[in-house]
Ligand binder design. Sequence first.
Ligand code: ADP
Ligand code: C5P
Length: 244
Amino acid sequence: AAALSNGPAGADIASPSSLRQPFVIGVSGGTASGKTTVCDMIIQQLHDHRVVLVNQDSFYRGLTAEESASAQDYNFDHPDAFDTEQLLECMGQLKRALPVNVPIYDFKNHRRCSERFRKVNASDVIILEGILVFHDQRVRNLMDMKIFVDTDADIRLARRIRRDTVERGRDVSSVLDQCGRFVKPAFDDFVLPSKKYADVIIPRGGDNHVAIDLIVQHIRTKLGMHDLCKVFRNVFVVQSTFQI
Ligand code: ADP
Ligand code: C5P
């Protein structure tokens, strides 16, 4: 046993979490580009694996009473609108195969539901989705694969107006005003420049079934290789044990 914990194989055995490191996928793109839709399609196709979705939106900082009173002047598209330290902490836990409580964000009131959390358990695949998940290098470094969902700006604006008026308690005029003042400038300054970090760019989002099938195939290959590595490691350990 002493020999095992000293050797290279022993180092892996001493840390069971290293055998279970999940595959992390980052999905970015402009607002209403279809990020969530693409993630849902990937998750559906990977139904035989444990996959969890983490939304960057869950890590929006709650507004103070003063900020809330003039929420129309708040820039929700700037990187500082997110609590990235907390996001990193949460992703670190999940990477170590530990369960976490993810905050639930209320878009109507611009704040976190203080009493409620979503419990996310350890999984084979973690998908991290959000407009700015490629912005911070530390967040990017967590990812094994980066996908950028690329949908035309006019289509995104049309979808955003419909979604925000139906689901997020806004009126058309406030959506148009916010998009002109904050969403579009921040897309140009922060989201679009982060596209260069993507491994895969999906034009047309959820309509692009071919791209999604190819991505799922790649993830399956990676997960298969991961399982194979585990088998080889175990064989190596058994052999070492006999040699001792
Ligand atoms: P994101 O996560 O990038 O904000 P979503 O996937 O939530 O985007 O999509 C934004 C809105 O657009 C949602 O209301 C969704 O139903 C709609 N939507 C997404 N993809 C399509 C599509 N391919 N065709 C039509 N509507 C779509
Ligand atoms: O789902 P989606 O990627 O579109 O979410 C990000 C968008 O949510 C940002 O463009 C931001 O303007 C918007 N947002 C908002 N109100 C909040 C928080 C975010 O309109 N309270």
